[in-house]
Ligand binder design. Structure first.
Ligand code: URA
Length: 233
């Protein structure tokens, strides 16, 4: 028995609904690899998150900033870095870590043979705080929901929190960065555990050069774990 076009279409539509996929009946050549599908989905989820942040209301950060600074780097990266918030240059350009702190960050990554374009970078807050002040606790808390979602979408193997604001955003304000840096920790986001390292922020290292030795120890530890986990960057 042959099905007419309408019946065939109805069956196809039913199948599409059941499996929640929209390409199985396409006649066009397509890439059917899982990674490709995941990548498309990831960029869509990131776009949705960006739009959600863009819609934030009654936020002093947004009111004073010129641009939303969302992220930079490779969305498929197994290594994700979180800073504090955009500075003047980041606000101008719309990308994180493109000013002085970014120059140092690039050198730090270079020192452990990581190219910046291979990793993924974002901040706790996505709008420049007025006069580069530290984000207030209420702002850190408000944006931490976005950050958690961001981490969940990127789904990195290693998460590096740079500075006390990034630490506070995910671990609360009761702990001190001087005690917590350099240790591997676990954070659960959306039922998934992420291997996390807290370390000093490059802007802090620009002010406190004597602390670079600790940062170097942390970077070496991160490199060691990347190698142990056979992570290719
Ligand atoms: N400092 C940050 O924490 N993030 C940036 O993007 C720039 C400076």
């Amino acid at each position: 028995m042959f099905l007419d076009d309408k019946n065939q279409n109805d069956i196809n539509n039913e199948l599409v609904k059941n499996y929640e996929i929209d390409y199985i009946f396409s006649n066009k050549p397509i890439n059917r690899t899982a990674n490709q599908a995941k990548k498309v989905e990831k960029s869509q989820l990131l776009q949705n998150l960006k739009e959600k942040i863009n819609e934030i209301k009654d936020c002093k950060l947004k009111e004073n900033a010129t641009k939303l600074v969302f992220s930079d780097g490779n969305i498929k990266s197994p290594l994700m870095i979180v800073g504090e918030g955009p500075g003047q240059k980041e606000d101008e350009i719309g990308k994180p870590f493109v000013g002085e702190a970014g120059v140092l960050l690039n050198k730090m990554l270079d020192a452990i043979s990581i190219k910046r374009e291979k990793i993924y970078i974002t901040n706790v807050v996505n709008y420049r705080p007025p006069n580069n002040r530290k984000p207030e606790p209420s702002e850190i808390e408000r944006y931490s929901n976005f950050l958690r979602e961001h981490i969940s979408i990127i789904d990195p193997k290693i998460l590096v929190l740079m500075g006390s604001t990034a630490m506070e955003s995910l671990f609360g304000s009761k702990i001190k960065i001087s005690k917590e840096r350099g240790k591997w920790k676990e954070i659960i986001i959306n039922n998934k555990t992420y291997l996390t390292m807290i370390t000093f922020h490059p802007a802090y290292l620009l002010r406190q050069a004597d602390q670079k030795k600790y940062s170097w120890a942390d970077l070496k530890e991160i490199r060691k774990r990347i190698d142990q986990l056979n992570i290719i960057l």
